[in-house]
Ligand binder design. Structure first.
Ligand SMILES: [Mg+2]
Length: 295
């Protein structure tokens, strides 16, 4: 039992692929890295050695909640230091893992809400219809909940994302670009709703959060304090909230800074609780704070 939780996105917030490390120092001064994900026998994601130490302490505290858009299978590949967390959120809130198992009651509630949005098949086919063969590399659906494309970002036409988002929005879907992936996610499928459920179940009274993308914005807005790296969708769009620290660090060093700050916050009791209600609305698809969610 812990009074404070640290709910954090994983990819490009705590863990980094080789292409996202953003190490701009001389090679001889680069930090040692720990591989935390293997894919088809090869290393895929890393944290710095220092970050690994902080993450191990966070996990040991019992207050760390990984919150990811990854599917459960993709999440299972991530092997963070320290004991496995009691709670984890996968599929952007579609699955709430409790001791590694998806909570069926939670998942059924999520499925029940999806009726308010256009069907996945419709959104997927529109996404594929609009995609160009010269820049579309792969397309996938995840957990039968949402869809994403892997694209050649340099060839993605300017305005394509906004145009697709403009089509998807009125149908109850949000669009987010992260690295080489374009996600289309039902607007009722949110990280913040699942995190609110973890807060409720754990009895925590203080929530720290970290994230880099629009899919993290609601979770950050609902937190008492938090951190945002100097790279990513939120940084690129100038997204800010008074209670979320916009860090200057980019890449894997931002991950280290976030892990260190969260470790300090949980160790030190986390400081004074702030009112998430004072936060300004989200710039895109801004939902109310998750305290008001009917889930
Ligand atoms: Mg991320």
């Amino acid at each position: 039992m812990t009074d404070a939780l640290f709910a954090s996105d994983l990819d490009r917030t705590l863990i980094y692929s080789a292409g996202a490390l953003a190490l701009d120092c001389p090679d001889a001064e680069a930090p040692r890295l720990l591989g935390v994900e293997t894919y088809r026998g090869a290393p895929l994601s890393y944290v710095t050695e220092a970050a690994a130490g902080h993450l191990a302490s966070l996990a040991a505290s019992g207050g760390f909640v990984p919150v990811t858009t990854r599917t459960r299978e993709q999440f299972a590949r991530v092997r963070l230091p320290g004991p496995a967390p009691r709670y984890a959120v996968c599929a952007n809130g579609g699955h709430l893992l409790v001791d590694g198992e998806s909570d069926p009651v939670w998942h059924a509630a999520v499925r029940g809400r999806l009726g308010d949005c256009a069907p996945l098949a419709e959104v997927r086919s529109r996404m594929l219809r609009d995609a160009g063969p010269d820049w579309l590399l792969k397309e996938r659906t995840a957990e039968d909940l949402f869809a994403y494309l892997v694209v050649d970002r340099a060839r993605l036409p300017a305005g394509w994302l906004d145009a697709f988002a403009g089509w998807a929005g009125p149908r109850g879907w949000g669009v987010s670009m992260q690295g080489r992936k374009v996600y289309a996610v039902p607007s009722v499928l949110t990280k913040e709703a699942a995190v609110a459920e973890v807060v409720r179940r754990s009895g925590a009274t203080l929530l720290h959060a970290a994230g880099d993308s629009l899919l993290d914005a609601g979770m950050l807005a609902a937190a008492d304090t938090g951190w945002r790296p100097g790279h990513g969708e939120l940084a690129d769009t100038g997204w800010r909230l008074p209670h979320i620290e916009a860090l200057p660090e980019r890449g894997v060093r931002a991950g280290e800074r976030i892990a260190a700050a969260a470790h300090e916050a949980l160790r030190g009791g986390g400081g004074a609780r702030m009112s998430a209600g004072a936060a300004s609305p989200l710039p895109a698809g801004g939902e109310a704070a998750p305290g008001s969610t009917p889930w």
